[in-house]
Design a binder for this molecule. Structure first.
Ligand code: ADP
Length: 402
């Protein structure tokens, strides 16, 4: 089944046409800097003769709606000129499904209304996704559409992992609890790990580490997330590119009082000016690693704090799971930074975690993406993130089950 997948961010719109039966990408692209002075589009596709092609263009400011029109036109051109097949279904990534959505759902008016009601929990993400959903329903009225939620994979977390120790009415009146995010990626990584291990997911204890610009860890037992590092919003947990992760809320309140910041400014400091960027002036782990190698003290410390937080979560989740079969690294940093992987696994031999230096530096050379020392009790794997394929698969499974 050819599934057209949309992944809308606050200022970006990614799309991909995936053959969900074999996982092949037929075309993909991203439109970025939406709503800013200049927007940029990049498309990649396979030509009718099987050659990989690419095209990039700059535009005056596009909003999500104009970006979508641009994508429709591009797909129509490819259909005419390159015989690109038509989509048979559409899958949308929706960041926040609250505690309402435990799995992907077929989109109808009720689902739209419920996603609308969840917008206050994800004000930067749910509204653009809804705009794209509504427009797609107009443009492709004949195609079935599914919403796949980033929060859904974590919805079976037990109450003791889910609830904060705050006044009970925060939970009752404002739905304050831990929802967790990156669930599409954690779910995909867990299934890929089970496949590589050749064991049923339902029998495994896994820790998945999604380390991209945003970053989170998940403890996965018998195929379900039992704890994850992100909370009510994607701010809690690991150190990220520009987000603080765990921080004493009283420290933030202290700075707000001292500097006279309002709540919006305080939130911006924690979301956009913290993390690696706040520590050393860059949020790009490539830059930070090369600065660190050249002896830059701020970059070295930033990486050390980043990796130490990951280690702490690994230790905590081994306790949560009561053991560990595999540790899985995924997303930009997890897949590409041997330095971060090595630092995150330092001094953990007593817990069964031992990284093989040579395999970590050149994963895949021996045909496997396993990077643990041969014979070590815990398998350590690198899995290439593929949220779009996971969305396409969930969309197909949902439609086939109807
Ligand atoms: P997003 O969350 O935006 O999808 P990605 O998963 O693409 O992010 O991850 C982005 C991060 O991956 C950046 O910090 C980038 O520096 C890092 N990264 C990408 N390639 C490498 C590399 N070769 N070495 C170290 N870090 C890398």
């Amino acid at each position: 089944m050819n599934v057209l997948v949309f992944n809308s961010g606050s200022s970006s719109l990614k799309y991909r046409l995936v053959d969900s039966t074999n996982g092949k990408d037929l075309c993909k692209g991203r439109l970025e800097r939406l709503g800013e002075e200049h927007s940029h589009a990049r498309h990649q596709w396979l030509s009718g003769t099987g050659v990989r092609r690419e095209q990039g263009e700059d535009y005056d400011s596009l909003d999500h709606s104009a970006a979508l029109q641009h994508i429709y036109q591009h797909l129509e051109t490819l259909a005419e000129q390159e015989n690109l097949p038509s989509p048979e279904a559409i899958g949308h990534r929706v960041v926040h499904g609250g505690d309402r959505f435990r799995r992907a759902v077929a989109i109808d008016q009720n689902v739209i209304t419920e996603i609308e009601q969840l917008a206050p929990l994800a004000p930067l993400h749910n509204p653009p996704a809804l705009a794209v959903i509504n427009q797609c329903r107009e443009h492709f009225p004949q195609l079935p559409q599914a919403a796949v939620f980033d929060t859904a994979f974590h919805q079976r977390m037990p109450a003791h992992a889910r609830r904060y120790a705050v006044p009970d009415h925060w939970y009752r009146d404002h739905r304050v609890q831990r929802y967790g995010f990156h669930g599409i990626s954690h779910g995909y990584a867990a299934r890929a790990a089970a496949q590589q291990l050749g064991r049923p997911l339902e029998q495994l204890k896994l820790i998945t580490l999604h380390l991209g610009n945003g970053a989170s860890a998940a403890a996965i037992k018998n195929g379900h997330s039992v704890d994850t590092s992100m909370g009510m919003t994607p701010l809690e947990g690991l150190v990220m590119g520009t987000r603080s992760g765990d921080v004493d809320i009283a420290a933030a309140l202290h700075v707000a009082r001292e500097e006279g910041l309002d709540l919006g400014q305080l939130e911006q400091e924690l979301r956009q000016c913290s993390g690696l960027l706040g520590l050393c002036g860059s949020n790009d782990v490539r830059d930070i690693s090369s600065r660190s190698d050249q002896g830059d003290a701020a970059a070295k410390l930033a990486l050390a704090i980043y990796a130490y937080r990951i280690r702490k979560y690994i230790g905590a989740y081994i306790a949560v799971l009561g053991g560990l079969d595999a540790l899985v690294f995924t997303a930009g940093v997890g897949e590409n930074s041997a330095a971060v992987r090595a630092m995150a696994c330092t001094d953990m031999q007593n817990l069964g975690i031992s990284i093989d230096k040579a395999r970590n530096r050149c994963p895949g050379l021996d045909g496997s993406k396993a990077i643990h020392t041969p014979g070590a009790p815990v398998t350590i794997l690198i899995v290439r993130a593929n949220e779009e394929l996971e969305i396409a698969r969930q969309t197909m499974a949902l439609l086939n089950a109807r």
